[in-house]
Ligand binder design. Sequence first.
Ligand SMILES: Cc1cc2nc3c(=O)[nH]c(=O)nc-3n(C[C@H](O)[C@H](O)[C@H](O)COP(=O)(O)OP(=O)(O)OC[C@H]3O[C@@H](n4cnc5c(N)ncnc54)[C@H](O)[C@@H]3O)c2cc1C
Length: 470
Amino acid sequence: MIATDLRDRLLAILGPAGLVEDADTIAPRLRDHRGRYVGRTPFAIRPATVDELAGCMAILHEAGIAMVPQGGNTGLVGGATPDESGAQVLILTDRLRAVREVDPAGDTITVEAGCTLAEVQAAAEAADRLYPVSLASEGSCTIGGTLSTNAGGVHVLRWGNTREQVLGLEVVLPDGRIWNGLRALRKDNTGYDLKQLFIGAEGTLGIITAAVLKLQPRPRGRAAAFSAVPDVEAAVALLQRLRAAAGEALTAFELMPEIGLGFVLKHMPGRQRPLADASPWYVLAEIASQGTDQADVMEAALADAVEAGLVRDATIATSEAQAKALWALREDMSDAQRPEGASLKHDVSVPVPRIAAFVAEATAAVLARDPGVRICCFGHVGDGNLHFNLSQPLGAAAADFMARTAEFARLVHDIVHAHHGSISAEHGIGRLKVAEIAHYQDQVELDLKRRIKTALDPRGLMNPGKVVGP
Ligand SMILES: Cc1cc2nc3c(=O)[nH]c(=O)nc-3n(C[C@H](O)[C@H](O)[C@H](O)COP(=O)(O)OP(=O)(O)OC[C@H]3O[C@@H](n4cnc5c(N)ncnc54)[C@H](O)[C@@H]3O)c2cc1C
């Protein structure tokens, strides 16, 4: 229960538009994207300026009230949902939405945390530049969310994770102090790189309010190709060939299984099978560069791969519309699993040379445990990142399958661990994987993370219960 005078002090800072108390308005914000968690909050605050946010956080900190930041609420590990106590205040960043500066000469953009990723991409494009992070959720996820989860996406192969795009940050600390680290420097060797602490911290150390991001030259053209491959080994071999042929211009390399393509064709209207015959696996690859020969490079590399038996059939998009249609098949893959019932998701990574062995071992282990499970394994193979998702057996009860979450997670994660991989490649830890990461992470590493948390948030008020356990 939050005292009325405290609410009134917040209201005085925020004005009526900044304090959300209507239950129906808040409700969608209290449920995480996957519907695994439903939290409660006394009210949500929506500051319109950094100073408003800082003022509110100082008040909440002084009163010992926990704060949960939320951007687009597209996170997949329950990180942006308050707990069920009703005591944690939800902080929405959607009014911190200015593009503060676009600097084509310096190849940077300075944006506030509540801008959607798509808005930042569009602002970069208007200046004839590229902000290269790209996710299927880009229309709704925010820059603050992508920074706080160090989001990956389909272009990591070429441009790296979100962490690699950041030059400077502005952050409100748990006690309301503002750290202005909005530097646009390519070189700044002045000791600990503080911004890196907040990137990927999932809101547990402070609230990111703005960032200086790097921009890239916009590729003048791209060639997207959809190839049928016989197995995962062939997909990994194709990756090496395309890298050798295209070098840095290989911007994406995504693996998809026939079962996943089948889900998309069945549930997503307007989608079409790109190749005549079905194949166990497919690769969607893209070459993008300043030159004009992307399609030629792609065609020659694929012709070689066909000859070597790595590719059975392939199609290269000859128009932007065709490229978009191919990408839609990949982007729809997560959503297309929903109508198939309960799905247990494992966002994992292993070193690229171990991908095929991991998929074979994990598939055998899951099917040995339950032959009815439908494995939908897809993802960013160029980065060693797979979404090893398990759809419930046909006819099974969804709740019964969900009840086996921990059992299958341990089964899959043990194999990931044996291959020196990560149990969270790009989605983060949130609330979902706090216990799991404590099981696998090196004790020294875990201890250091807890000490960092205590140093920056000694009262434990920033997004408690997420990322690091007690
Ligand atoms: C269809 C779909 C596809 C996706 N594809 C990908 C993908 O390819 N790669 C990938 O990495 N992720 C992917 N995601 C996951 C998700 O979109 C990303 O994690 C995204 O970065 C979350 O952004 P958000 O604004 O929605 O953050 P939210 O969900 O609102 O929050 C995520 C976390 O960040 C914290 N947070 C949010 N804003 C701030 C802030 N300003 N300061 C401090 N902490 C903050 C929250 O407390 C929470 O812990 C996908 C999700 C969906 C639904």
